[in-house]
Design a protein around this ligand. Structure first.
Ligand SMILES: Cc1ncc(COP(=O)(O)O)c(C=O)c1O
Length: 451
């Protein structure tokens, strides 16, 4: 007969009335516990795939993609999505978005090649970005990609490509414009208000090698003001009409870029995301309002969206383990986690939801969560209200699905495995944990140093 181990009894104070009082977070606020992701236990995930571990939910990705598509589709009948590769270009994640009907939106030759390798045909690729080589432009033009011109030098490059291919190219140009959002993203594309965009069109027209068929703009990221999209849409379409009349073009599409927010907790924003972040429906309404305000009767161009973070952020989790704790001279409790800013680039701007894998006993106190780096900047949260966490406690941080697994860095640690939980609850490794062989594969040791 097995005997149960003795467990020390403890009394947990029950609290009503929410997490905050007028003095800030209550010391007794009970943190939600997360034992599983999509039905797979945190314990099983870390046992099988190690810690730290990125975990993506296929169900959550597909649900969000359909929710956003439905929101836009209920306001405008001709909507296309381009999956913003830079947000998350893991093959498996891109493949889900392509299955959901998205084109690939890429901003570099590497991303272009990655989309092609995944089987995306050139004509289903939107090629944005300020740094396209002439060779990359030649391949993209030959394969029929939608090329969005960023600057005057690119016009010259594309004219050379058109000459080499001996045909007129259909292109779009990227605009930057004042939609009321500060700071204005004026680094990319041609400025509308200064007349630069019109100059670019004049230049393209005078060259006689290209035809403009689309206009693009991307006004920022994590935008909390839906009306900015109405303004941008009106300006984009207004400019489209201007150049159609002046140069005889017939525009097929308007691409309003990305920028919709996810349910992230932006640092410095007092209200939780459920209050601070407008629903996708509010953005869909404003985009459509801008379009209908500006379009002529009977006109129905394609509307393109390149929404990144809003699509994938909430589908991504990072499981990390408490490896040690200490008390700092200023009295604060500090924890050493096995994941830090090396894996969580977005921790600079956002506070994550932190869910331990077990009920924690005791009072909350402000704690600093440090990662594994031997660097002072490796802080994931400066003042998380947490009761004492024993070594080995697993924490699930979310949302982390956007921008982290593309902007992470391999600095003194191997990057961890990434797992996708499919809609049947089966976990699949979609990126292996790095090891010494993977890390050192591109290195070469000159013979005279080999001894
Ligand atoms: C051109 C372009 N499109 C789309 C995106 C995706 O933006 P978000 O993740 O804010 O939706 C970006 C991000 O910077 C971008 O530069």
């Amino acid at each position: 007969m097995t005997q149960n181990n003795y467990m020390k009894p403890s009394i947990t104070r029950l609290n009503t009335g929410g997490a905050l009082n007028k003095f800030g977070a209550s010391p007794y606020f009970a943190r939600p516990v997360r034992e599983a992701i999509d039905g797979v236990s945190v314990a099983e995930l870390t046992e099988r795939f190690g810690s730290p571990l990125f975990v993506f939910s296929e169900r959550a990705i597909r649900e969000k993609a359909r929710e956003i598509r439905a929101a836009l589709g209920s306001h405008y009948p001709k909507v296309t999505f381009g999956w913003s590769y830079k947000t998350n270009y893991l093959d498996a994640i891109c493949a889900i978005f392509h299955q959901e009907g998205s084109l690939a939106e890429v901003v570099s030759e590497m991303e272009y090649q990655k989309a092609r390798r995944l089987g995306v045909p050139g004509e289903n690729i939107i090629f944005n970005g300020p740094n396209k080589s002439r060779e990359a432009l030649r391949v993209a033009a030959a394969e029929g990609a939608r090329i969005h011109i960023d600057h005057f030098d690119e016009i010259e490059d594309l004219e050379a490509v058109a000459d080499a291919l001996d045909r007129e190219l259909e292109v779009a140009i990227r605009l930057n414009l004042d939609s009321g959002i500060q700071p204005q993203w004026s680094r990319f594309g041609f400025n509308l208000e200064s007349g630069q965009a019109l100059d670019a069109v004049r230049r393209i027209h005078a060259g006689g090698r290209m035809r403009i068929v689309g206009l693009h703009c991307h006004i920022g990221t994590f935008l909390l003001e839906p009306d900015a999209y109405r303004v941008a849409m009106e300006k984009l379409v207004g400019f489209g009409h201007e150049i159609e009349e002046a140069f005889g073009y017939s525009l097929r599409y308007y691409d309003i870029g990305g920028g919709l927010p996810s349910k992230s907790r932006l640092k410095g924003v007092y209200f939780p995301p459920e209050v601070a972040v407008p629903p996708v429906e509010a953005f869909a309404e404003k985009i459509a309002e801008g379009l209908y305000n500006a379009l002529r009767p009977g006109e129905l161009p394609e509307l393109v969206l390149e929404t990144g973070r809003a699509m994938v952020d909430e589908a991504g989790y990072l499981i990390t383990t408490v490896n040690a704790s200490k008390r700092l001279p200023d009295g604060r409790r500090a924890y050493v986690l096995d994941a830090g800013v090396n894996l969580l680039y977005t921790s600079t701007w956002y506070n994550f939801t932190i869910e331990p894998d077990r009920e924690l006993q005791g009072m909350n106190e402000p704690a600093i969560l440090n990662g594994p780096l031997c660097m002072n900047i490796d802080v994931i949260d400066e003042a998380a209200m947490l009761p004492h966490m024993p070594r080995g406690t697993r924490l699930t941080l979310s949302p982390v699905g956007a921008y982290n697994v593309t902007q992470w860095m391999q600095f003194i640690e191997y990057r961890p495995a990434i797992v996708l939980i499919d809609e049947q609850g089966q976990p699949h490794v979609i990126r292996e944990r790095e090891d010494l062989a993977i890390m050192t594969a591109p290195e070469r040791l000159p013979a005279h140093l080999a001894d």
